[in-house]
Write a protein that binds this ligand. Structure first.
Ligand SMILES: [Mn+2]
Length: 421
């Protein structure tokens, strides 16, 4: 069943790309930290999407030539040394079972450069396939003027074959990855179930005077004991005014009695992410003022989830949230005109979710069944030390939407009852 899913994706990608081209995707390696230490390894999401493999230093090579397609995989070889020092590595047979790539087309990674030159680029396989004119690579840049790793790795090749151009494979993969199949939706559900366990652990331990750091520790403890791989991003646990900074990550302040705590966190299931925000009073009881603002955010959270259906544009969803929050703030007498809402609400209401927490995809095309997105309205009043965000993970269906994180408590009375236990 596995091989079908990943083989189908590779087939669909090859269908889209130009004739006489190849795709090269690297699973990449953990970045260096200090001396002989490395940061934890994260699989390249595009590599995983097309192979199902989560191993570092693997390379995928796809070739399209007319009606012919070729798939090759390059893996790390298990040696006596690696077995004794580094642990078990995958065999060709295991890699073939997961990825659906035929075992005879799986080689060891140290042979990749020679293979690429001799078998593919130099056109020595002319009998089988013409030399490619184009290479598709993962050219994602996390900020401007960063040279993508794929270009660094292929530098010598691109210099020695100036007749071959390269292009961004993400223009296809980003769109393919937007629409989740049943397996993926179930993985996201599993990730959400870990986040739920984490949120409940937090609500159980929260008490006035607790340090935000202890809350993070309880949360991460819950993830690990439920067998989640861990965080899909650095958790935000922000008490009082800290919650008005959107990406507050220090998580080292004391949650004072009477304050709200905003938690924005997400657990992993395999490489799939969840992304949940919940806000609660650290002493277990909302003040009237906190409740008033909380109920407004909650009503917008629900209204936006109901608004999600095929055909809706992200921009409409954003506008809907903003209008509703502005309307609410005007009723509360906090602003006089709708555009003043930027004072209290200053982010978008949604992003895609999947193999990445801020998942790939176009924000300029209408929603369609299979898209998973967040709904996360917020309200931030710095002068009152109130920051509230309520975030759920929502699947677009043929007729509307399903809130995948519905079972994570968010009603005022449910939170208060839970914390009173
Ligand atoms: Mn989010």
């Amino acid at each position: 069943m596995n091989e079908n899913r990943f083989s189908t994706r590779r087939f669909n990608l090859i269908k889209e790309i130009e004739d006489r081209s190849i795709v090269i995707l690297y699973s990449l390696e953990a970045p260096h930290k200090t001396t002989d230490q490395y940061y934890p390894y994260e699989i390249n999401r595009n590599f995983y999407y097309l192979t199902g493999l989560k191993k570092s230093n693997f390379t995928l090579l796809l070739q399209k030539d007319g009606q012919n397609q070729f798939e090759y995989l390059f893996i790390e070889e298990a040696t006596d040394y690696s077995n004794k020092w580094l642990g078990k590595r995958m065999t060709k047979q295991e890699a073939s079972l997961v990825s659906g790539i035929e075992e005879k087309n799986i080689f060891f990674v140290e042979h990749f450069d020679t293979f690429l030159h001799q078998q593919i680029l130099s056109g020595q396989r002319k009998a089988l396939a013409r030399a490619p004119k184009l290479i598709y690579l993962d050219l994602y840049r996390h900020k401007p003027y960063v040279v993508p790793t794929a270009l660094i790795k292929l530098d010598a090749v691109l210099k020695s074959y100036p007749e071959i151009t390269y292009r961004n494979a993400n223009e296809f993969l980003d769109i393919m990855r937007m629409y989740k199949d049943e397996f993926e939706v179930n993985e996201i559900r599993r990730a959400i179930s870990y986040s739920k366990a984490g949120v409940e652990a937090i609500l159980s331990v929260a008490t006035p005077g607790i340090n935000e750091r202890s809350i993070v520790a309880m949360y991460e403890y819950a993830l690990k004991t439920h067998n989640s791989e861990g965080n899909s991003f650095n958790p935000i646990v922000a008490s009082g005014a800290n919650a008005t900074t959107l990406h507050y990550e220090e998580n080292d302040q004391t949650a004072e009695d009477g304050s709200l705590v905003l938690c924005d966190l997400g657990a992993l299931a395999g490489p799939y992410a969840s992304d949940i925000s919940r806000t609660f009073p650290v002493n277990g009881k909302f003040t009237d003022r906190q409740k008033e603002i909380y109920e407004l955010v909650l009503s917008v959270n629900k209204a936006c989830i109901d608004f999600v259906k095929p055909g809706i544009m992200m921009s409409e969803l954003n506008l809907h949230a903003r209008n509703l929050l502005a309307e609410g703030a005007m009723k509360l007498g906090m602003i006089q005109s709708p555009d003043e809402i930027s004072k209290y609400y200053y982010h978008n209401v949604s992003h895609y979710l999947g193999l990445d927490v801020h998942d790939v995809g176009s924000y300029l095309i209408p929603l369609k069944a299979g898209v998973v997105l967040t709904i996360e309205p917020g309200f931030y009043i710095e002068e009152e030390s109130i920051g509230i965000r309520i975030e759920d993970n929502v699947l677009v269906t043929e007729t509307g939407s399903i809130n995948l994180s519905e079972s994570i408590i968010k009603e005022v009375k449910d939170i208060e009852n839970f914390m009173a236990m």
